[in-house]
Structure formats: C-alpha cells, structure tokens
Design a protein around this ligand. Sequence first.
Ligand code: C2E
Ligand code: MG
Ligand code: MG
Ligand code: MG
Length: 286
Amino acid sequence: EAKKNGRGRYQVFAGDMDDLLLRKRKVESELRKALIGGTGIKLNYQPVFAVDGRAILGAEALIRWSHEVHGALPAAQFIAIAEERGLIGELGKWVLLEACRFAVRSALPWVAVNVSPLQLRDAGFPTMVAAILAETGLAPTRLQLEITENVLLENNDMTAAALVALRQAGIGIVLDDFGTGYSSLSYLRRHAIDKLKIDRSFVRLLGTEGNSTAIVKALIDLAIALNVDVTAEGVETEQQKALLVGMGCHQLQGYLLSPPLEPVQLLGLPGLALPGEQGGQATARA
Ligand code: C2E
Ligand code: MG
Ligand code: MG
Ligand code: MG
C-alpha cells in the first residue's frame, strides 16, 4: 500500500513499524530485481561550474530509480535501504561502472561518484575501482569519489589505507556535505583530500542568516588555506552565487546553474560530446 507525503511522493519510511519492515523488504527485493535486470535504475549528471557560471568543470553522477508502481523514489531513501540490507556493494559497483562508461564517451573533464561508507570498509574496494577504470579505459584523474566526513571519523586503518591507495592512483577524493557530520577538523590534518563540498544547508541560508554566512566564509577560507578545491552545492539564487564568488569559492553546483540532467542532455551541452557521439542531435531529432 502506497504511503504518500504532501507532495505525492512515495515515502518508504512513513507509517507504522510492522508496515515499515515489510516495505523495506519489498523495496530491497525490487531494487535487487532492478539491479539484475538493468531496468528502472539510471544515473543523471549534474554539471559543476566554474565561478563564471559558464564553464563546466565536471559532473556529479546521481542515481535515479523509477519504481514501476510508486514512480521516482528519493535517492537518499533507497540508498539507506540498500546499505541496511547489504545491497550497497553491488549497487555502488553498478553506479561506478555506469558513470565511468559514460565519462569515457564524453568530453567531461571528470565525473564524481558518491561512495557509501560501507563500500569503503570493503578491503577490495580500491582493487574494484582500478578494475573498472581498466575495463572502461577512463583515466584515474577523470574520476572523483565523494565521501562523507563520517567515513574519516571512523578512524579505521583500512579506510585510511584505501583512501591513500585511491589517491595515489590519481583519483580525486572529495569531502561531501562538509560541515554536517560529526566534524572534527583533525582529520583534515591526517587525511589528504582534494576537495571540500559545502553542504546545501549552509548555502541555502547564505546572505539571509548571519551564522550560515560566516560558516560558509570560514569553510571557503579553510579550503583555500589547505590548498584544496571548494565547491558550493545547492546554489539556487543569484544572490547566493554572487556571495560565493565574492568569498572566493572555486566551483558552483545547483539548480540556478543546472539541475541533474539525463546523459543525452548533458552531452548536448556545448563542448561535452565527443565527435561521433550523439548528444547534440538529441533536440534536433525530437
Ligand atoms: P549529495 O551527494 O549531497 O547530492 C546532492 C543532492 O542535492 C542531490 O540530491 C541533488 O539532486 C540535490 N541538488 C542539487 N542541486 C540542488 C539545488 O540547487 N537545490 C536543491 N534543493 N537540491 C539540489 P539526490 O539526487 O536526491 O541525492 C541525495 C543524496 O543521495 C546525495 O546527496 C547522496 O548522498 C545520495 N546519492 C545519490 N546518488 C548516489 C549514488 O549513486 N551512490 C550513493 N552511495 N549515494 C548516492
Ligand atoms: Mg555528492
Ligand atoms: Mg553533497
Ligand atoms: Mg548534500
């Protein structure tokens, strides 16, 4: 039975407890089926822009699952179920393979892939990533992995070693949703990373709430002092963009610049299709 919220979206986690377990099991088996059958799951790509708001520096792969009955399910919800039910390894591998395959047939400078903390705990993770790069022919420097700061706080030797190995291979390590986890700044000293992404929750209140504005400024200054790139996510207004540019932010991502796009739409943007790949023709043909 579909439980819906005010906006008519199917909510896996709504309702009473008995129902909840049943629904999670059902979602798990349906997700498994989708994964095996290659139906219903796909990736969209949200471009990341330089501060001029025009040049596309790369794109973040974001998973989408269209359920045959309930329609689009929020990524954060079914990712959480995949983590809980032991499916995230397989799902994460599919995402990585799909994103690398896409990047290699585009002129995108890089593609960023979100990685679950559970995937990083698997000792075979760096080898799996290397195998996918070899199989698809994508240069390691064109892959970025987005991890959350909670991964670093675990203080797990294996995770630390995996991050070092990935970075040594040339893969970019990005700290996603920066500032929202159980933050300790000491991991920035212990772990080498390539980029900080400032969480949308801070960007949203930029210019309207003094504390958020101060925090964003401090995070940008921190990134600059550490000599790493910094991206603001969830940029929705011209005012936010202007403030971020003024504060020296390097990269912008958000609905103001572009929503997540279908692969063919992304390839249709100027300069992103390789010769011989379709993309630019998508609108001409329609
Ligand atoms: P995230 O990695 O922080 O991704 C950014 C989220 O913000 C995405 O939501 C994106 O669609 C949304 N977004 C981008 N610009 C704007 C904006 O201007 N305004 C607003 N309100 N939202 C914006 P999405 O696609 O629903 O993904 C939610 C989360 O699910 C992601 O947060 C990430 O943690 C997770 N996720 C998505 N795809 C994957 C995946 O392939 N693997 C894993 N492990 N996690 C994923
Ligand atoms: Mg992300
Ligand atoms: Mg993020
Ligand atoms: Mg976020």
